[in-house]
Ligand binder design. Structure first.
Ligand code: ADP
Length: 937
């Protein structure tokens, strides 16, 4: 078919591909290429690229024009299209040879103006990071006025678009202006930091403002708020690095990310976006991480490419009722310039690459992210959330770097579209826990005792990967060391420990009443519980004096230390917030369990799964939990907020834990036992129903295939609730109806805590399953947590899970005794030759073991030799995968000797192992002698 005809036939697909993102970038890139090739004249370009006209119209104009121009232009259009959108579906030439190739144009043209055209794509790329410098040269040389600069730098333009507008303007100014730009690019040195790139020093007033801003940020961030009520702990003394990972695989990244990498270019997936998302669970350390970044910046110890940093808390922005301009937002919420506000703001607008914004807790904002309402004008007022969303997506102040934190559940595809990258914060590593506890206790003896008690209680150790729990455990070390070994098992146990800790330490009054500690403080629990519960329903985390009064919170209740004074610098109004969001959820759960006023439908609604909600059975759970008279004002027209589901799920997890049989003595005198029993029955029923819903959604297997279930996030949450209850009968009941051969939980954010819960529940399965946990954060501690369910596993997939030799040693010591256990996949972990002796032993003992996959680890010749010892004695193994190790010729020879007479081996992969001719010769014996072998890689 002729390409010209394809332009017609594929018109819809082409238009969709070019325009569906809403950004003009793709179309403009295609135009750049066609201009540089001389396929479009400058006049053509101006006819197509009409500013202010809808993107679709411009794209249609281009298609009309290339069609008119004929076969060759259409061919080049497709070639350009493929460069810009290589993965676009349904667009392109057939294989019938009509594809055109783009020519590399000569570097040296007769005039500089021509060079600007023929080199346009690469000039755009080179200029996008240094527009300011180029403009400055053009102004100094008298070619550009400040009005020209403003037009180029309109905040609605992306950096690439600014570069194009600059080139367009330069063209209109003639040859000598073009020469200035080309000289500027030529002189541009290797990348240097933007600050040093600018030869000037910023104006004095700006420097003064910077000083004021940094000293205010430093004062706000040098102490940790959780310690506010107890003891002052400086961030320097306690800060411990959390585990940071890129959400997307990135070949350039080796080893863990550093704090500065969050803001840097590493791992960027969308160059046009300026927003980085740091996502992590509640209590995972997101706010603390930002606080650390702020402090380091304020002291001049990091992020020095940024002259000004503006920190925002979405929680505090919730209380901003007024419409604000960007200037008001920056100055009123962060730091007020004493003089020359206008000049400073203009400086900010003119130098976006020197500015950093951080937004903590996007999930706590009352409004969910949306990019519907465009707001591009920095001086016009708008509701704060509109300003925020436009900053994030770059319609406002394009080019400013933004770091946003959120819980992962609250981040939808709409937001992801505007991210340059996503970084996952995965709590503390095992050595991080160690480090935190040692920092927390100045007495090394106490630290050692706490760590020892964690080592003997691995379920608790698993919980301590979450920094907030690590903090509680350290804080309550006396209670921890006082209680019998292993008695703290669940998240609820840990929060009950801190509840008791605060009551016993903060309360001056001695308990002479003979009442148990909870009974003694029941009124405080109910007051704070109601405040927490109502607050979550209304997405409210900062409470006014009136809110406190409405819930009966007294001065004495406040003194207990669960609330801290809120530092709302915008309104200067006094407010209170819970020490941590999870603490608010815990109090909400206490209220649901202990209050006589909670509605009958509260518990069922709390346990609704996402699916049920989507089916429209109830639109908004938490709000619906409240009695109708108490319902607070909703943020906006009927929408659920991003935080609602995660908050509800954390609260439900606590409710399950509080209603556990183990804690019932505590409630004995606080709530009538009949009421308590009823609530327990309700929770058990909800959990059972929730699980069944999941099971029912499992598709029937295709004939000949295994029945497989791919778990949804709600499934893991329900499992965690069952674990919190610690009642075997509930776990047994849940598993009695699960009939699958394979349980897939890949990319489900499974860490040690989830492993504990999974093992607790799955051990009650009736028939063996394959358990697939690839791409999570199981680690060695998680592996140890999984041991109780290994007897019911026939295969275990743990690809990409940070597992080391020590985890494998413990795992194999257990699985060697498990009759059902036949397959293991450990691709991409941290295994070395130190683990192969354990596999060798397993292969010798287990004569029904079928599949061993150890690809992409660090095994060498030594490990291969050790494996060979086991393989020589094994008569069952069918699959052996060692792809991407370093076993070399000698390793291959050992394996070949061990396997050449195998009667069972079907598949062997030694790809990418440095195996040369000698190894290949040895392997040829396997091909010769091993008749079962079907594939050798
Ligand atoms: P998130 O914002 O993810 O909910 P936070 O940053 O508020 O979590 O952390 C909760 C608590 O955990 C903090 O108040 C602090 O006590 C502790 N914490 C979190 N991260 C760290 C860290 N990197 N170093 C020391 N303590 C931390």
């Amino acid at each position: 078919m002729f390409v010209r005809e394809l332009v017609l036939r594929q018109r819809i697909e082409i238009l969709n591909a070019l325009c569906s993102s809403g950004s003009a970038e793709h179309l403009e890139q295609v135009l750049d290429i066609l201009l540089s090739q001389g396929e479009l004249t400058w006049e053509d370009y101006q006819n197509i690229q009409v500013s202010g006209r809808a993107l679709h119209c411009n794209a249609r104009k281009l298609l009309d024009l290339v069609y008119i121009k004929g076969e060759d232009t259409c061919g080049l259009f497709f070639a350009a299209f493929k460069i810009v959108l290589p993965d676009a579906k349904g667009v392109g030439t057939s294989s019938s040879g009509c594809s055109s190739t783009l020519e590399e144009k000569e570097e040296h043209q007769s005039t500089c103006t021509e060079t600007l055209l023929t080199q346009r794509p690469s000039l755009v790329e080179k200029l996008r990071g240094c527009i300011d410098g180029a403009l400055e040269d053009l102004v100094t040389s008298g070619h550009f006025t400040s009005a020209d600069c403003c037009e180029v730098q309109l905040p609605i333009h992306t950096p690439c678009q600014q570069a194009r507008r600059l080139l367009d303007h330069v063209r209109s100014k003639g040859e000598s202006a073009a020469k200035v730009v080309l000289q500027f690019i030529q002189h541009k040195q290797e990348p240097v930091s933007p600050l040093s790139q600018e030869k000037w020093t910023p104006p004095k007033e700006v420097l003064k403002y910077q000083k004021k801003l940094s000293s205010s940020i430093s004062a706000q961030s040098c102490f940790l708020s959780t310690y506010g009520g107890t003891s002052h702990m400086s961030l320097d003394d306690i800060y411990t690095d959390g585990q940071l990972e890129l959400a997307h695989n990135c070949v350039d990244v080796n080893g863990p990310l550093s704090l500065e990498d969050i803001v840097g270019a590493v791992g960027t997936v969308n160059k046009e976006a300026d927003t980085v998302l740091v996502s992590g669970e509640a209590g995972g350390g997101k706010s603390t991480l930002l606080q650390r970044l702020h402090l380091l910046w304020a002291r001049g110890a990091a992020l020095q490419d940024f002259l000004l940093l503006f920190p925002f808390s979405c929680r505090r922005l919730n209380s901003e009722q007024r419409e604000l301009s960007l200037q008001e937002l920056l100055f009123q919420h962060c730091c007020w310039p004493d003089r020359q506000q206008e000049e400073i703001f203009q400086f900010i607008l003119d130098h976006p690459h020197l500015i950093l914004f951080t937004f903590d807790g996007l999930d706590e904002l009352k409004q969910s992210f949306s990019d519907e309402h465009r707001h591009c004008c920095p001086t016009q007022r708008a509701p704060v959330h509109i300003l925020l969303f436009n900053l994030i997506q770059g319609s406002l102040m394009k080019g400013v770097r933004k770091v946003v934190t959120s819980r992962p559940e609250a981040v939808g595809p709409l937001l992801k579209k505007h991210l340059c990258k996503e970084v996952l914060l995965k709590g503390f590593s095992p050595s991080g826990i160690d480090c935190f506890v040692r920092k927390h206790h100045s007495d090394a003896h106490v630290a050692a005792k706490v760590l020892e008690s964690l080592r003997t209680n691995t379920a608790l150790l698993g919980l301590c990967h979450s920094p907030v729990l690590c903090w509680i455990v350290s804080q309550c070390h006396k209670e921890l060391l006082g209680c019998g070994e292993g008695s703290l098992q669940t998240i609820t146990d840990v929060y009950l420990m801190i509840l008791r800790h605060f009551f016993q330490h903060q309360s001056s009054q001695k308990n002479t009443t003979g009442l148990c500690w909870l009974q003694q403080h029941l009124q405080t629990v109910l007051h704070l519980g109601k405040l927490a519960f109502d607050g979550i329903g209304a997405t409210c985390y900062i409470f006014s004096g009136t809110d406190l009064e409405t819930c009966g919170v007294t001065e004495k209740d406040i003194c207990m230390g669960f609330l801290m004074q809120s530092k709302d610098i915008s309104t200067h109004a006094e407010g209170y917030e819970f020490l941590h969001l999870t603490m608010q959820c815990f109090f909400a759960a206490l209220y649901i369990v202990l209050s006589e006023n909670t509605d009958r439908s509260t518990i069922p609604k709390l346990f609704e799964t996402q699916k049920m909600k989507e089916a429209g059975q109830s639109s908004r759970c938490f709000i619906a939990c409240l009695p109708s008279t108490d319902q607070p004002q909703r943020p906006s027209g009927g929408e659920t907020t991003a935080a609602e589901t995660p908050n509800r799920q954390i609260t439900a997890t606590f409710v399950s834990g509080l209603l556990s049989h183990r804690h019932r003595n505590l409630w004995l005198h606080c709530c009538p036992s009949a009421v308590m029993e009823k609530r327990v029955r309700q929770v058990v029923k909800c959990l059972s129903k929730g699980m069944q819903k999941h099971f029912k959604s499992i598709p029937q297997p295709v004939e000949g295939e295994k029945k497989s279930m791919h778990a949804m996030p709600d499934f893991v949450w329900l499992i965690k609730c069952i674990y919190e209850m610690q009642e075997d009968r509930v776990a047994k009941d849940a598993m009695s109806k699960l009939e699958v051969d394979h349980l897939k939980l890949t990319y489900c954010n499974i860490g040690p805590v989830e492993c504990t819960a999974l093992a607790y529940v799955l051990q009650h399965l009736r028939n063996p399953v394959g358990l697939q946990l690839d791409n999570n954060s199981v680690g060695d501690v998680g592996v140890e947590q999984l041991l109780p369910c290994m007897h019911i596993c026939n295969s275990l997939h743990l690809r990409n899970n940070n597992i080391t030799d020590e985890g494998i040693r413990k795992l194999l010591a257990k699985t060697i005794q498990c009759e059902n256990f036949k397959k293991i996949a450990l691709f991409n972990n941290n295994l070395t030759d130190a683990c192969t002796q354990h596999f060798s032993h397993l292969l010798k003992i287990k004569q029904n073991f079928v599949s061993l996959r150890l690809g992409n680890n660090n095994l060498t010749e030594k490990g291969a030799k050790q494996l060979a010892e086991g393989l020589a004695c094994n008569h069952s193994l069918q699959y052996l995968g060692l792809w991407g190790n370093k076993i070399g010729d000698a390793g291959a020879e050992s394996l070949a000797t061990a396997l050449e007479n195998s009667k069972t081996l079907v598949w062997l992969s030694l790809v990418d192992n440095g195996v040369g001719s000698a190894g290949a010769c040895a392997l040829s014996n396997i091909i010769k002698n091993c008749t079962s072998l079907e594939e050798l890689w």
